[in-house]
Write a protein that binds this ligand. Structure first.
Ligand code: ATP
Ligand code: PH2
Length: 469
């Protein structure tokens, strides 16, 4: 690209030549120019504003291809204002720069932003064009591309780097954006290792305007089985009060999340049906959600039924934990998309009754295949409307895995992660290894009668962990 074009608009032909994106219609006509857009919000329901902007963009001819992780950042320039949420997206649009800017302003206004606010001050929504293909552009109205301040803003560089990805990210498909510049600038500013403080950290959005900063340490999930046939409790939690007491004990012992389940997913467990499952867990979730002592603890609901996810969230659950990754209820992804909660998408093949059949536990390379299948399932979830920044991936230790497969996964999480693309590669992993029989292999005892030994090993390894490695 040659230098700035002074006060003139860019030449359309020049743009077309610059466009190397793969997206063409059957006629071979390019469907748009590739653009990278930075998003920010720090007043009102910040998450809702960013999500609504994502939904409005296509209505203005801006097709979103990829979305970054969600970041919380200390306010820059004007420091006396609330913290921002920031993200970035890659899109295709037929709009030329000035029309694109006008469309972004219409969306900003639709979400409550008014003209003439304080420069760098509070705003419901900010949409900035960072890159437009690989071009440089200025005009008399003050539009400047690349955005003149992107290199001084970690809250822009970090989400751009999510989009730039590695070998297989969106950068791979849309090469005309200067991804390498974005990667280098972010690395020079500290890169991934610099994330995690209040200055800039990745967060999962919770529905009541709260955010959950998950970086910097492993979070512990305590498992609360409200099932008579549970392998974990042996059905001792027969009443709501017992279950609540158990949850409080786990919280006092340091659990960050309490995962409430009413359907055992042990191999071969009886399927109790959605009604019974809801009857078991909803009263417990309601009581926990109202309990002052549990205020700092998040509640997840372990279910593969979308109707139960809905009921549980209405009763106060913060997270939906789906061991089927959406494969056992066709409505799960669209329901979670509406609920707005974080979504734990676990890898499993078959269902709890069939998952240990040899055809489901056979892998040539368990880490690579589990990672690739997680990527595919997550793409379905995203297509249904779940933003990538809400997805927690789980390799499903013990689900459609042999003992050897589970051990390989425990030692190969970076290889699982390497299969993920774009923002997903940087999202948290949830690893549920506690008290599972594969642990017998680690102790050198593979006999199921040695369960107690396996349990002791599990305790030593701590409980189910949300690992941000
Ligand atoms: N690349 C760009 N993307 C969006 N707006 C731009 C860009 N370059 C210049 N502008 C101009 O900046 C003006 C102010 O934009 P906005 O209100 O978003 O500013 P700001 O958020 O206070 O600052 P900043 O743009 O640095 O984030 C816009 O009206 C637009 O004309
Ligand atoms: N952390 C952070 N600070 C800001 C932001 C923003 O998006 N994030 N936007 C501003 C307005 O341009 C001013 N300051």
């Amino acid at each position: 690209m040659n230098g700035r074009t002074g006060s003139t608009a860019i030449c359309r032909e020049h743009l077309c030549m610059a466009s190397t994106m793969p997206a063409t219609q059957d006629t071979g006509t390019p469907v748009g120019y590739a653009v990278a857009i930075a998003m920010g919000a720090n007043v009102g329901d910040r998450v809702a504003n960013l999500c609504e902007a994502l939904r409005l963009l296509p209505q203005h001819g801006i097709k979103v291809l990829e979305v970054s992780r969600l970041y919380e950042s200390a306010p820059a320039y004007v420091t006396e204002q609330p913290a921002f949420l920031n993200a970035a997206l890659l899109a295709l649009t037929p709009l030329e720069p000035l029309k694109l800017l006008a469309a972004l302003k219409v969306i900003e206004r639709a979400l409550g932003r008014t003209e003439g606010g304080q420069r760098f001050g509070p705003r419901q929504l900010d949409l900035d064009i960072v890159f437009y293909e690989g071009m440089r552009y200025t005009n008399d109205g003050g539009l400047e591309i690349p955005h003149p301040r992107w290199r001084e803003r970690p809250f822009v560089m970090a989400p751009l780097a999510d989009l730039a990805g590695g070998d297989a990210g969106p950068a791979h498909q849309v090469r005309s954006i200067p991804w390498e510049d974005a990667r280098r600038a972010w690395a020079a500013a500290g890169g991934e290792a610099s994330l995690g403080s209040a200055d800039l950290r990745c967060v999962l959005p919770l529905t009541n305007g709260r955010t959950w900063p998950w970086q910097g340490r492993t979070h512990v999930m305590g498992i609360l089985n409200v099932t008579p046939d549970s392998f974990s409790d042996g059905g001792e939690l027969s009443s709501v009060a017992d279950a609540v007491k158990r949850a409080q004990d786990m919280a006092a012992a340091g659990a960050d999340i309490i995962d409430v389940g009413g359907q055992s997913t042990r191999p071969g467990a009886e399927h109790v049906g959605a009604q019974e499952e809801a009857a078991r867990i909803v009263p417990v979730i309601r009581t926990l959600a109202a309990d002052e002592r549990m205020r700092e603890v998040l509640i997840s609901v372990d279910t593969f039924h979308s109707a139960i996810a809905q009921e549980a969230v209405a009763a106060g659950a913060h997270i939906v934990n789906d061991v089927s990754g959406g494969s056992l209820d066709p409505s799960m992804h669209s329901v979670v998309a509406e609920l707005g909660t974080p979504y734990v998408l676990m890898h499993m093949r078959g269902d709890p009754a069939t998952m240990q059949a040899p055809e489901h536990t056979a892998y040539a390379d368990v880490c690579a295949e589990v990672g690739a299948e997680l990527q595919t399932a997550a793409e379905r979830a995203i297509a249904a409307g779940i933003e990538p920044w809400r997805i927690v991936l789980d390799p499903g230790i013990g689900f459609a895995k042999t003992g050897a497969g589970s051990c390989a996964l425990m030692g190969g999480l970076p290889r699982v992660r390497a299969q993920l693309r774009g923002a997903l590669r940087g999202m948290p992993l949830l690893v549920g290894h506690s008290r599972k029989s594969f642990l017998g292999r680690l102790t050198g005892r593979e006999n199921p009668a040695d369960r107690d030994v396996a349990s002791a090993a599990a305790a030593a390894l701590s409980s189910t962990a949300l690992a941000d490695q």
